[in-house]
Write a protein that binds this ligand. Structure first.
Ligand SMILES: [Fe+2]
Ligand SMILES: [Fe+2]
Length: 195
């Protein structure tokens, strides 16, 4: 096993921790924007993604605590993406970042961790990559629907459910306001393939 202090895995864990914290923050910002445009259900989806990222951050942080011998500070160099608050292009940029995490960054970090003898770290990088794959699919679909103004519109009639009161209706497009509770269409659940 490569000594943790001199390992690339230490730096990668710190980079991943920083990246996950930032993803979590950016999803909170996007959730605020979704709320501002009345998309309450999307706001909640984004808050779930933010929580997922914070739990990934903790997994990486716990590894740093487990292996580092009381080191007080870790210096890392990494890219820190900056994207606007707006849902367009914020959702798409977030989807792209998730794609590179699962497609490239975390598998590479996992290979390095395994080479350096940290199999437990490698396994978790690969598991977290599968979540980022799912996040990528959800964010891509949300972004496409949002840009096309199709969040509450389908080609064929489907069952729509109000997340506030549970009322269901079958239509291509649900009512602007739920007939039961009166809350806006933004409370209706958004159908995503990967949800
Ligand atoms: Fe994550
Ligand atoms: Fe993610």
């Amino acid at each position: 096993m490569v000594n943790f202090e001199n390992s690339e895995t230490k730096k990668n864990l710190a980079r991943a921790f920083a990246g996950e914290c930032q993803d979590g923050a950016r999803y909170q910002f996007l959730a605020k924007q979704a709320e501002a445009v009345g998309e309450n259900y999307m706001k909640n989806l984004l808050k779930i993604l933010a929580k997922n990222e914070m739990s990934h951050a903790k997994i990486f942080y716990d590894f740093i605590l487990k292996y580092s011998g009381g080191e007080k500070n870790i210096d890392i160099q990494a890219g820190y993406p900056v994207s606007p608050y707006d849902l367009d292009p914020g959702l798409k940029l977030a989807a792209d970042a998730e794609f590179s995490q699962f497609d490239n960054i975390y598998p590479a970090f996992a290979r390095i961790a395994r080479d350096e003898g940290y199999n437990d770290v490698a396994d978790q990088f690969l598991r977290i990559a599968t979540v980022e794959d799912c996040h990528n699919k959800q964010l891509t679909e949300l972004s496409e629907k949002f840009i096309k103004n199709n969040l509450h519109k389908e080609k064929k009639p489907i069952k729509w459910k109000c997340s506030k009161c549970g009322y269901e209706e079958t239509a291509k497009q649900p009512n602007k306001n739920c007939p039961l509770c009166g809350y806006s269409v933004g409370y209706y659940m958004i159908k995503l393939a990967d949800n």
